[in-house]
Ligand binder design. Structure first.
Ligand code: ZN
Length: 309
């Protein structure tokens, strides 16, 4: 964690309004405030940023904006009201079950960070809750607090070196939840989650070499795992550069590992450096990655075509 060195006062930037579907975000690079767009911004289109986490529900967003910034948000997302914009799966079914289940899910969310809570029984509770929800109605996986429960479980499983479960949750977060929660590919949250996934794949690949019991667990996807890690890292490098800038630590770390892994991949495929960048080879690599990605998702039981749990 970096120490906080101070605050920036930037009058021009203070004029930028909030939107729950912003087209830009801001970050500080040393003594400078940098504004980066998520997508192309048309001439005369207003530049907007998010003052709060936009993945929260309509009521929660309105409450936060009103309490901290004293306004009622009327952005395009809020204009849809509380009904339409919560339906992030594209499935129009969202009813009182969401609200009935809320307290049950809130309890689980708090339990997931409690070190006294046994992880396996907690996960069993989570699964049971999700199952009962989805048996009644399709439950949008991107609806709070489900994403947070997934992230907390993923981190705790990783801390406890339960690689199989940790990988399962990170794959679900990156492939299933984030694209719904943060539709912009360059959203900083997505970049950070991709970093966690890539880092975990690296840790597992490393552990496989030294621990035969871990190798047995991942035997069926061992080669796909390293290929996926490499491809995820390339994507991470590109996305981090576009979203967070080349001075950001995530970009620098990803660029470093990209270089390192490129050597490994070339060696494993028996390819000379001069041929590495050829178009034909790029296609072959992309094709191989698609196969690796599919195997990884199948292994984790993540069906990206079904957006409910
Ligand atoms: Zn809004």
């Amino acid at each position: 964690m970096q120490p906080q060195l101070g605050s920036l006062l930037v009058p021009a930037a203070a004029l930028i309004n909030h939107s729950c579907c912003p087209n830009a975000h801001h970050l500080s690079e040393g003594p400078e405030l940098v504004l980066r767009s998520y997508r192309k911004i048309a001439k005369n289109e207003e530049i907007t940023i998010a003052y709060i986490n936009t993945a929260q529900l309509f009521e929660e967003r309105q409450e936060k904006l009103s309490a901290s910034y004293a306004f009622t948000c009327q952005c395009a997302k809020c204009a849809d009201g509380s009904e339409m914009q919560e339906v992030l799966t594209g499935d129009p079914i969202l009813d009182e079950h969401v609200y009935l289940a809320k307290s049950q899910l809130d309890t689980l969310e708090h339990a997931s960070t409690d070190p006294g809570q046994d992880l396996i029984s907690l996960e069993a509770n989570v699964r049971q809750t999700f199952r009962s929800l989805s048996s009644r109605k399709p439950w949008p996986i991107s609806l709070p607090p489900i994403p947070m429960i997934h992230v907390k479980l993923a981190i705790r499983f990783e801390d406890e070196q339960q690689w199989e479960r940790a990988l399962h949750y990170w794959l679900k977060i990156v492939y299933l939840i984030d694209p719904l929660r943060y539709p912009d590919r360059l959203d900083a949250h997505r970049v950070v989650d991709l970093m966690w996934l890539s880092q975990l794949e690296g840790r597992i690949s490393h552990t496989i070499q030294t621990d035969s019991s871990v190798k047995a667990t991942f035997d069926s996807i061992e080669s796909s795992l390293s290929l996926a890690q490499w491809a995820h890292n390339i994507q991470l490098k590109d996305d981090a550069a576009a979203s967070l800038g080349p001075n950001h630590i995530i970009f620098k770390v990803a660029a470093h590992f990209d270089k390192e892994m490129e050597g490994k991949m070339m060696a494993s495929m028996g390819i000379e450096e001069s041929a590495w960048q050829s178009e034909a080879l790029k296609e072959m690599r992309a094709e191989r990655f698609k196969v690796a990605e599919r195997r990884l998702l199948e292994w984790a039981g993540v069906d990206v075509s079904v957006k409910t749990v």
